[in-house]
Design a protein around this ligand. Structure first.
Ligand code: NAD
Length: 246
């Protein structure tokens, strides 16, 4: 399949996990991928490994000016923007009553403000290309997460933001959707620090479905949403969690 031939995709969080797997998948389907991450070396490693005219870029998505510069650099260097795949994010486990204002603000700054800044900057370019946005929510945006209140709040807000963008810009031909991953094995979920270290299994919902749980299972869904195959899907959130919330 070459669903992204002559298309440009900007992927945040492209240095690791789901963002990295999506950058690879979109490049395999013909896209020139602008690989953005806080970690430039990691973004570079992804861009180098997928080739196809891909470019690496350092960006802290929680910084308004950097987020805007990132989108502009993508358009300047690759010529346009067809798909914004915004996967950059952080996860932290802590008891709600121990959550400091600084910790809350950092989580919201990256997961929610970062989505605001990147999505807003992309809109004018997506109007030109008739493209779309795929944001990273989570099963934690749909159901409670033990010791993950701030994370869950940020991901619930990403869902609400995405739905509103979807209805506001449908008339401009722009779609906006979310993926809600769960139990995907990436550096984020491999060994998260927890208050009393009770074991990953007790806090992360584990799917009993056999088969791969790597980030590529989310990348395939993101590629579908961002492609013409997803052209009648707007304001949707798709769980990719092996049925843990079913
Ligand atoms: N892995 C899962 O099971 C799972 C479940 C639900 C939701 N998610 C969401 O999917 C997205 C990707 O998660 P992942 O598992 O691939 O995580 P990951 O930790 O493997 O990758 C996240 C990437 O985001 C980058 N990043 C962090 N802060 C950034 C910032 N301020 N600016 C730019 N880049 C930044 C990191 O450097 C890293 O490369 C996240 O938004 C996460 O919350 C993941």
């Amino acid at each position: 399949m070459q669903r992204f031939e002559n298309r440009v995709a900007l992927v945040t969080g492209a240095g690791s996990g789901i963002g990295q797997a999506t950058a690879r998948r979109l490049a395999e389907e013909g896209a020139a991928v602008f690989c953005a991450d806080l970690d430039l070396d990691a973004a570079r490693a992804t861009a180098d490994s997928i080739g196809g005219g891909s470019v690496a870029h350092a960006c802290d998505v929680s910084d308004e000016a950097q987020a805007e510069a990132c989108v502009q650099a993508c358009v300047d260097q690759l010529g346009s923007l067809y798909a914004l795949v915004h996967m950059a994010g952080i996860l932290r486990f802590e008891r709600f009553h121990d959550t400091s204002a600084a910790s809350w603000s950092q989580l919201m700054g990256i997961n929610l403000n970062g989505t605001f800044f990147m999505n807003r900057a992309a809109i004018p370019h997506l109007k030109e290309s008739g493209g779309s946005i795929v944001n990273a929510s989570s099963t934690a945006g749909l159901a409670g997460l033990h010791w993950g209140a701030a994370y869950a709040a940020s991901k619930g807000a990403v869902l609400a933001l995405t739905r509103s963008i979807a209805v506001e810009y449908a008339k401009d031909g722009i779609r906006a959707n979310c993926v809600c991953p769960g139990d995907i094995q990436t550096p984020m979920t491999r060994a998260p620090a927890m208050p009393d270290m009770p074991g990953r299994e007790q806090l992360i919902r584990i799917s009993s479905l056999d088969g791969p749980k790597g980030p590529e299972v989310v990348a395939g869904v993101i590629a579908m949403l961002a492609s013409e195959d997803g052209r009648h899907i707007n304001g949707e959130d798709i769980r990719v969690d092996g049925g843990t919330l079913s």
